[in-house]
Design a protein around this ligand. Structure first.
Ligand SMILES: [Zn+2]
Length: 459
């Protein structure tokens, strides 16, 4: 029986993950991601999908990141009827991430209209918050490790991937063929989540390659965090950390709790000032199914792994602004992690000009962005209408990525059973995907090559 797969995203780029599998009279969409980043890719969010969405039988999601789920509200508007299957944690995280994505789309359209920067009059959002809420009604949760018949004759199994809470690989069986979708491969020996679980390979493997051509630097993030906190307190300053709201913020809380318990840092207040980070932390606290042994141990002792002493969540933007008046040492964790918007901007505005304070970067900063500018030693920063002198200490912790590096990708491949019939390397910049395909070829003698955008391959 002929089974085919069409690469509708994350081929030649790292965003827009979506793959259409057809065979045995069925159509299954795996991931439904939004293109982000360069405009040439983002514009594809508007182009019509090359399939009648009403004929899709099921959508399967590997995890909740917007580049794997964020086109669903639009597809829903365009006539998608199928149920959307994912883990419970992915469903919970999508409940906050998808409406936020709708909000950002609305905000961008409004900005374009105000500035007259649109080819369309008026500029319309790709979808709205309301569209996102509508799409979420189609979500159904699945258990990890369970081989589930999602459509008559089609089975799928989710295995934990340690990337973010709820993240999994998916093994899809259809028309006598088995396809493994790695999703985003997580990390080994990192707190909170279990290591990536091995699977059994079949006819085709789709493997991500974000870091397919390099390894993460070996760092001791908790050690560095301890130093930065202690030095900031010594100067009587405030530590401001721009952070991704999902995953990274919880990892920081986990490390800070441990440092406080071991009395390696003073017991200063820790403030989560981001509604999304607050909600995500609640979801991380409630879903212990993905925890590794250490996190589970903390939970079993009746403690919350993400609640260091003196942890506070702001509940309104007024409360957020009130923080500006406090000069006693504290840690403020706020979003967005890439300084593209959100409450972090007013914290930077109020803190970056005092030499007592520290701004600590814990994630990737896009070239040419505000974070990149600050990290490169700029003396001033234009922010919210002001030109601010940068006098605060600027620090960064690298190696906190939620993506496995080349070594970790290979480790997952090696730990899994069997040899995939074919390998399509996806979710990487072209150089990275090419290098990783060559590595797989050399190391395991696998038939691997990078997938091309919109190509259809026989499984
Ligand atoms: Zn991801």
């Amino acid at each position: 029986m002929t089974v085919t797969i069409t690469f509708l995203g994350a081929a030649g780029t790292v965003t827009g993950s979506k793959y259409l599998v057809q065979g045995d009279g069925k159509k299954i969409l795996v991931d439904a991601g939004l293109f982000q980043g360069p405009r040439e890719w983002r514009e594809k969010n508007w182009s019509d999908p090359p399939v009648d969405l009403r004929t899709i039988d099921a959508v399967l999601l590997t995890h909740a990141h917007i580049d794997h789920t964020g086109i669903l509200p639009r597809f829903n508007q365009l006539g998608l009827k199928a149920p959307v299957y994912c883990t419970q944690a992915t469903k919970s995280l999508s409940n906050i991430l998808l409406p936020d994505s709708g909000f950002l789309q609305e905000e961008e359209a409004e900005w374009r209209n105000r500035k007259g920067k649109s080819r369309h009059q008026p500029a319309l959002p790709l979808y709205t918050q309301k569209d996102a809420v509508e799409a979420l009604k189609k979500f159904k949760s699945v258990r990890t490790g369970e081989r589930k018949e999602i459509v008559p004759g089609v089975k799928a199994t989710w295995h934990r991937m340690g990337h973010i809470l709820g993240a999994c690989s998916i093994s899809l069986e259809l028309g006598g063929k088995t396809i493994t979708f790695s999703g985003d491969v997580g990390r080994y020996n990192i707190p909170i989540l279990k290591d990536p679980e091995p699977v059994e390979f079949g006819d085709l493997l789709l493997i991500e390659s974000t870091y397919g051509d390099r390894d993460h630097p070996i760092t001791k993030p908790q050690e560095k965090l301890k130093e930065v906190i202690n030095e900031t307190v010594k100067r009587d300053g405030v530590l401001v950390i721009p952070s991704f709201a999902v995953g990274r913020a919880q990892l920081l809380l986990y490390y800070i709790r441990e440092l406080k318990e071991q009395k390696l840092i003073p017991d200063i207040p820790v403030i989560i000032d981001s509604p999304m980070a607050s909600s995500a932390t609640e979801i991380y606290s409630e879903n212990s199914g993905d925890y590794d042994e250490e996190a589970l141990g903390v939970k079993k002792e009746g403690r919350d792994p993400f609640a260091p002493r003196k942890l506070y969540f702001t509940t309104s933007s007024d409360e957020s602004k009130k923080l500006n008046g406090i000069t006693d040492p504290m840690i403020i964790i706020s979003a967005s992690g890439m300084l593209s918007g959100g409450r972090i901007l007013h914290h930077l505005k109020h803190r970056i000009s005092s030499p007592n304070n520290t701004v600590l970067f814990v994630g990737f900063q896009p070239p040419g962005g505000r974070g990149d500018w600050i990290l490169n030693g700029a003396k001033t920063l234009r922010l919210l209408g002001d030109e601010l002198p940068i006098r605060a200490r600027i620090e960064s912790i690298s190696g906190l990525s939620a993506h496995g590096d080349r070594g970790e990708l290979l480790r997952w491949c090696e730990s899994s059973k069997g040899t995939p019939g074919k390998v399509a390397v996806v979710h990487g910049e072209p150089e990275s995907a090419k290098a990783f395909a060559e590595t797989l070829q050399e190391k395991f003698d696998w038939k691997a090559r990078p997938a091309k955008y919109r190509e259809t391959m026989d499984v």
